[in-house]
Design a protein around this ligand. Sequence first.
Ligand SMILES: Cc1cc2nc3c(=O)[nH]c(=O)nc-3n(C[C@H](O)[C@H](O)[C@H](O)COP(=O)(O)OP(=O)(O)OC[C@H]3O[C@@H](n4cnc5c(N)ncnc54)[C@H](O)[C@@H]3O)c2cc1C
Length: 549
Amino acid sequence: MKEPSLPRACPKPFAAATRQENLDALAAETFDVLVVGGGITGVAVARDAVTRGFRTALVEKGDFGSGTSSRSSRMVHGGLRYLENYQFGIVFQCCRERRLMRKAAPRLVRPLPFLYPLYTETKPPPWKLRMGLTMYDAMGMFQNVQWHRWLEADEALRREPILGKRGLLGAARFYDARVDDARLTMFVARAAHSEGAVVANYAEAVSLLNAGDKVQGVVVRDRIGGKEIDVRARVVVNATGVWVDGVREQESNYKGRTVRPTKGIHLVIARDRLPSHHAIAFDSPRDGRHVFLVPWDDHVLVGTTDTDYDGDLDNPAATRGDVDYMLEAIGETFPEAQVGPGDVISTFAGLRPLIYAEGGAYALSREHQILNGGSGLITVTGGKLTTHRLMAEQVLDLVERWLGEEFGVHAACSCSTKQALCGAELANESAVPLRDDVVRTHLVDAYGADAAWVLAYAEENPALGRRIVPELPYLLAEALYAVQHEMAVTLNDVLIRRTHMLYETPGGGLEQARAVAEVIAPRLGWDKSETERQVASYSAQVALTGAWR
Ligand SMILES: Cc1cc2nc3c(=O)[nH]c(=O)nc-3n(C[C@H](O)[C@H](O)[C@H](O)COP(=O)(O)OP(=O)(O)OC[C@H]3O[C@@H](n4cnc5c(N)ncnc54)[C@H](O)[C@@H]3O)c2cc1C
């Protein structure tokens, strides 16, 4: 099938084939900055580095966002709960970043109206919540969508009839924002690539290239082709999330653990079982922790837990105990909905890369930390999806100083990454000629102006214009788009992170996985046995989301 000739949201190709070209380019030169880790932190660091004019590369051992950055609560938020602990600095930072992200990527980062219902005998008392929200509005420079409002119980129930009535005092209404975390991470990686960074997924840093006590690059293994290459760089940034200690251990002056992973899980439930127009913050009756319900198209996400974790970092999963904890909290706040285990479509679990400290997991700081041992390896960890741009800016300020002092290499410009994210602009739905409203809205939300590309594949081959599974708006053509424009190179990339089919239909639509694999197989050079291997790998992920059963 030939490629349509349409303008692209991002002019430089970011196809599966680009990955191979980039792997070849990695071996060919010495970079100023090499980033290890393609979660939201790493891709933001790469984007900031290349924007400042440094020769930049990034290697990610799996897919972009396949670690924690595709398993969050998908909120860009100021962090109201930090106000309870008087962490004003972090709330101010988060509110500012929320504002900047909405400006830079308005299609991806959308306003999210929130309700925080209060009940008799629960904390905080209404006056305290309202005081906190006034501060929250102030920290957002009164520039949020709307200032908060207090709703009396009857108005709160009118707006959200699913709330439990007994003891309801009223609810505070305020705004945060929502974001598709996995797609945001891929967009930032693509933007870095568009600006000149050499970016590759499925490229694992297996060891550091040390010369004495200096780090001069990393040995990278191509996890698809199997080849190993030396990638040389003046500075290596370790942005590997919960894996940072595995990289740091190889540094000559490593002194002990940096990160304490804690696990958080989410339940995915059909929206009609918990029909809510707002995100809702409520408390777990078991331990008083905050829990969130976040509406997500035809679903709601409910999460999350926060427990210490020492299992397999690559495959965290919800346990029966985690699911029961969440169902208990749902039952307490939404008693009439009668949500039970049978309503759980799927689950997902992520690991927070929190800064190592003693004490209870929930109390651990959400702030970030940047470590420079003076060897040429800079480690960044902690933080949040919301603060990724700020973390990157601070890392680059340090890198810029180091490159100047050690190598006489200076930034070409002092541009920052506050500018718009390419491809994340708002788009006009009426420009997409489709009769199916649900599919049209989905395509415009996910691809913006590039929805025309997805449709062009379907025009060329009408079979690609059908939905992958009837209950979800994803088209087969999106699989092809993901391979050609979003560097998807496995079936899991397509069905878990470019679309979210894994989570949104019971059994992850496994029966249709082979049909999707067969659409992309010719582009990815898969023979029959590789196609089967891809389906088996997806099947293992489906099993993981239901392992708690
Ligand atoms: C349950 C939960 C809910 C959350 N909700 C929110 C929220 O709503 N809002 C918010 O702002 N934040 C939220 N967070 C926090 C946020 O998701 C994380 O802070 C953020 O995603 C961490 O990104 P990261 O890039 O540091 O780590 P990761 O996303 O894990 O990225 C690290 C990457 O490094 C790669 N890697 C590891 N080793 C190597 C190697 N040797 N070579 C190459 N690559 C390697 C990994 O494959 C991985 O992709 C949540 C976190 C959790 C767990």
